[in-house]
Design a protein around this ligand. Structure first.
Ligand SMILES: [Zn+2]
Ligand SMILES: [Zn+2]
Length: 407
């Protein structure tokens, strides 16, 4: 990371909102495009010229009509959304792309408000604010340093093995998108949570760093009692702040605490700390065939070949009548063994009379902060600094300003 790119990040984040053949915008006060004032309703068609509409006062906002949200999910729908900050229109594959150019802290207030429940503790929200800010700045870096851009999808196919892992794909013309691919962002459409505003203010500009660089601050729902190392789930790079360690906090089924971190939480609690899934032999054979595209025939055995330090299976040997394949890493295993995603790959296999029972623990990859554990810590009044240093040992909390001055 060079000093300039960190400096740029003190400015604004560019959020890709919507792309369509024509765009209906309502400016609620005066915006300027090349000295030309715009107000009220406007319909824009694609143009080869980039157009930047700059608000003339700090309270200005604009509304985009018909924004598609939840693209590809069962709850996909169109909404009207309102944003503050500037509007940039670019041409993307012959369509108009709306990009919201907005201060980093304003963006964070919006995304954390929609992600976290209103009853989350202030310390949990502060910890999340620091992680989200660190994540955002890493994303902004990726776009600015295209050479360092990560590949989105990694695959190693052998004669009898399939190893895949996934990283988030970097965008090119903007830093992050507004859909679930990055983090859902709805501008100021909904009121922000006053506790989140407090958490953002209390942690203003703070990020997690290691050795003078921003941390890749991963997090998941529930580690299941032990956090996992980065290289068990992604590429073979070790980050000294993403280590495996016992987590005494996340063993809870307290619905008051779970509701702080689970979106659309319903009272029929699933125990994420310990869970069980059962498949008959026929169900499992059909499922794995459909999800992997490989016909194993009848499944004879599932053999964990390699486990990470949290017991998450990294490599699983699937022994079938027609073929035997070893699959990895954890996310690919979870995809093959469930209609959606198995909660985690930290499971043991029990052969039963009619099939297989998987006894598992945790939800997600388990790397970095454990959201349920962090919610318990926050509920116990443990300060966010301690929550962060517990889940990201060896990391340092500093402001972007301090990070720049250290260079
Ligand atoms: Zn995205
Ligand atoms: Zn945990």
């Amino acid at each position: 990371m060079n000093t300039n790119s960190v400096h740029d990040q003190k400015k604004d984040v560019m959020v890709g909102i919507v792309k369509s053949a024509s765009l209906h915008v309502v400016f609620h006060s005066t915006y300027l495009l090349d000295g030309q004032p715009y107000e009220g309703d406007h319909i824009f068609s694609p143009s080869s010229q980039e157009r930047l509409f700059v608000p003339q006062d700090g309270q200005a906002s604009f509304t985009l009509k018909k924004v598609k949200i939840g693209i590809g999910f069962h709850w996909e729908r169109e909404e009207e959304q309102t944003f503050c900050g500037a509007l940039l229109l670019t041409n993307e594959e012959g369509m108009v792309r709306a990009i919201n150019v907005v201060p980093v802290e304003t963006y964070l207030t919006s995304v954390i408000s929609s992600e976290m429940s209103a009853n989350a503790s202030l310390e949990l929200l502060k910890a999340h604010a620091v992680i989200s800010r660190s994540w955002l700045l890493v994303m902004m870096n990726h776009r600015q340093q295209m050479s360092a851009r990560r590949e989105a999808f990694h695959e190693q196919l052998g004669e009898s093995s399939v190893i895949r892992w996934y990283d988030s794909e970097a965008h090119t013309r903007f830093d992050v998108c507004a859909d679930d691919h990055c983090q859902r962002y709805q501008g100021i459409t909904r009121q922000s949570n006053p506790q989140v505003v407090k958490a953002i203010e209390a942690t203003w500009g703070q990020v997690l760093t290691y050795d003078g660089r921003l941390c890749d601050a991963r997090f998941s729902k529930c580690c299941g009692g032990m956090t996992e190392v980065f290289e068990s789930c992604w590429e073979k790079v070790s980050h000294p702040y993403l280590v495996a360690k016992p987590d005494p906090y996340c063993h809870t089924s307290d619905s008051r605490i779970l509701s702080q971190v689970l979106n659309n939480y319903d009272q029929e609690t699933v125990d994420f700390y310990h869970w069980t899934v059962h498949y008959t032999s026929d169900e499992l054979a059909e499922l794995i065939h459909r999800k992997s595209g490989i016909d194993f025939g009848r499944i004879i055995n599932l053999i964990p070949v390699e486990r990470g330090l949290s017991d998450r299976i990294i490599m699983l040997k699937i022994v079938g009548e027609k073929s035997t394949i070893t699959v990895g890493k954890e996310l690919e295993i979870r995809k093959w063994l469930s209609e959606s995603h198995l909660y985690s790959s930290a499971f043991t296999v029990e052969k039963t009379a009619d099939g297989f029972t998987l006894h598992g623990k945790g939800w997600g990859h388990g790397v970095g902060l454990c959201q349920i554990g962090a919610a318990v810590m926050g509920d116990q009044g443990i300060p966010y600094r301690d929550i962060l240093s517990f889940y990201y040992p060896n990391s340092h909390l500093m402001t972007i300003e301090e990070l720049i001055n250290e260079k």
